[in-house]
Design a protein around this ligand. Structure first.
Ligand SMILES: [Zn+2]
Length: 498
């Protein structure tokens, strides 16, 4: 029997977000720190994909050491990172021996003192399993680092945005079984590309990202087993930051390096397309949505809750109220929720919204005499949203100011990215002229009502497209997106055999 250790640690850090992500941020998502052969398996999750490979497969025994999902937020506290590292090393030592390890990570996690928490965990694993296969699954918005690459046997990233974490984990798990059964001798190549680009073209079903990911798929033939482009999420000010490509071949270093270079060149060649801006100012976004025959969706690019922003900017909500638009917008605002709860359904309230967390970008909105249309609390089911089971928005309130609905939440929640946020009050989103979503990609839950393509609003915030506005301190320079770069500097690339 081959014994496999599985560990799940997922957190995407936005380093410009000043809130430190503590253990509590993980407890709010999914946190199980005790090793178990029977972990909780959320549908669509990393663990669901991994277990689907091992379940019913003869000759394997798996132990889930822990699963810690922290969502997206500021740097993770050093305390929690040491706890995770300790659980990992103790689990590998006490519950071993293990024949291999599957690490299901994000790849863009930074702590208070370390820019590369994922690399730290892979390195700690390698120290205890010096010759055993270590297979790593990452989000493709990861920052691929030297430490992570030199401590792992194989690395794969998500194939789509919106992501399918279960699919990626299953690929990593199948590669691990191939290594353990001696069917594959992995040779890995990787290339770093000096690019940093906003997320306006990050969806993989259209535009330049579709071209890059389609090329990656087309190269997975013969000895080339996996080709993973890594367009790093752009709000990550870390050493070694930038885009990358990682390839895994079967005993063929030249093929691995060829594929990695081919995809890296395609990323670089299309850099102008990636950098082109499609977002428009707030009022133009509203104009475009109103011109559609049906529901318009406006993405609040600067305040993306699944990309690390606070969700507390009322800038677009303010335009809807001022222009009396029959639409809906979400704002995270504890004081506003409290006022609405104290007033009660049917009462009128005056509230001042915005900037409770990100006071630098959010601006403010004063609403006089809004009607409290509904109050709610507790998690809501969000089918179809990124494999999430449910989202907790804390206590919430639906206000109506003129013909505009304002959805106030205590927690960051889904930022309006699922119609359930409005349906819980009986609001028919199909009758609205537009909905503001605090994210750039997760609008597919509105597909049945959606008219035309989504409209991206160029709003300021922690996830804004204007990357030059941030104070960059740790990123390698020069980098395309911030600096003039005629030719990419020498990219790192090598192959390894373990
Ligand atoms: Zn991602």
């Amino acid at each position: 029997v081959k014994r496999v250790a599985i560990a799940v640690f997922i957190q995407e850090t936005g380093t410009f977000n000043p809130e430190i992500s503590t253990r509590a941020a993980f407890a709010a998502h999914r946190l199980e720190m005790e090793p178990t052969p029977e972990p909780t398996i959320d549908p669509g999750s990393e663990l669901a994909g991994a277990m689907s490979v091992f379940k019913g497969r003869a000759g394997y025994e798996t132990v889930a050491l822990f699963q810690a999902h922290g969502g997206v937020g500021g740097r993770v506290s050093d305390d929690f990172v040491s706890e995770v590292r300790k659980r990992l090393t103790e689990g590998l030592q006490r519950l071993g021996p293990f024949d291999g390890c599957l690490l299901l990570l994000h790849g863009a996690c930074a702590s208070e003192s370390d820019d590369d928490v994922d690399g730290l965990l892979v390195e700690a694993t390698r120290k205890l399993l010096p010759t055993q296969p270590v297979s790593v699954a990452l989000d493709h918005h990861a920052n691929v680092t030297t430490r992570l690459m030199s401590s792992s046997s194989v690395v794969v990233g998500h194939r789509t945005e919106p992501h399918r974490p279960d699919e990626t984990a299953a690929i990593a798990a199948r590669l691990l079984t191939a290594l353990l059964e001696g069917r594959v001798k992995p040779t890995v190549a990787w290339v770093k590309v000096p690019m940093l680009v906003h997320q306006e073209h990050f969806e993989t079903n259209t535009g330049p990202m579709h071209e890059v990911f389609s090329l990656a798929r087309s190269l997975e033939v013969g000895p080339i087993l996996a080709v993973s482009p890594f367009p790093m999420q752009p709000w990550l000010d870390v050493s070694e930051g930038g885009w990358a490509v990682v390839t895994v071949a079967n005993d063929d270093p030249e093929a691995a390096l060829f594929a990695a270079r081919y995809v890296a060149r395609e990323m670089w060649r299309r850099r102008g397309e990636f950098a082109a801006r499609v977002s428009v100012d707030e009022d133009s976004a509203v104009d475009r949505a109103l011109a559609l025959d049906g529901l318009g969706i406006i993405c609040d690019m600067g305040d993306g809750v699944f990309a690390g922003a606070a969700g507390d900017s009322p800038r677009l909500a303010a335009r809807l109220v001022a222009r009396r638009v029959p639409g809906a917008a979400t704002v995270r605002d504890r004081a506003g929720v409290k006022a609405a709860w104290e007033a009660g359904v049917g009462a009128r309230v005056s509230v001042s919204l915005g900037g409770e967390v990100d006071s630098r970008h959010a601006g403010g909105l004063v609403v006089e005499d809004a009607i409290v249309e509904g109050l709610s609390e507790g998690p809501i089911a969000v089918p179809g949203l990124m494999g999430l089971r449910e989202v907790d928005e804390g206590r919430t309130a639906l206000l109506r100011a003129g013909s505009t609905y304002l959805h106030l939440t205590e927690l960051r929640g889904s930022g309006g990215c699922h119609p359930a946020s409005f349906q819980r009050y009986g609001l028919d989103v199909g009758k609205l002229a537009l909905v503001v979503l605090k994210q750039s990609a997760y609008y597919h839950t509105y597909d049945e009502w959606l008219a035309g393509s989504v409209i991206r609003a160029n709003t300021p915030g922690l996830t804004q497209s204007d990357l030059g506005q941030f104070q960059w301190r740790r990123l390698p320079r020069p980098i395309f997106g911030l600096d003039p770069v005629e030719h990419p500097r020498a990219t790192i690339s090598f192959t390894q055999e373990i």
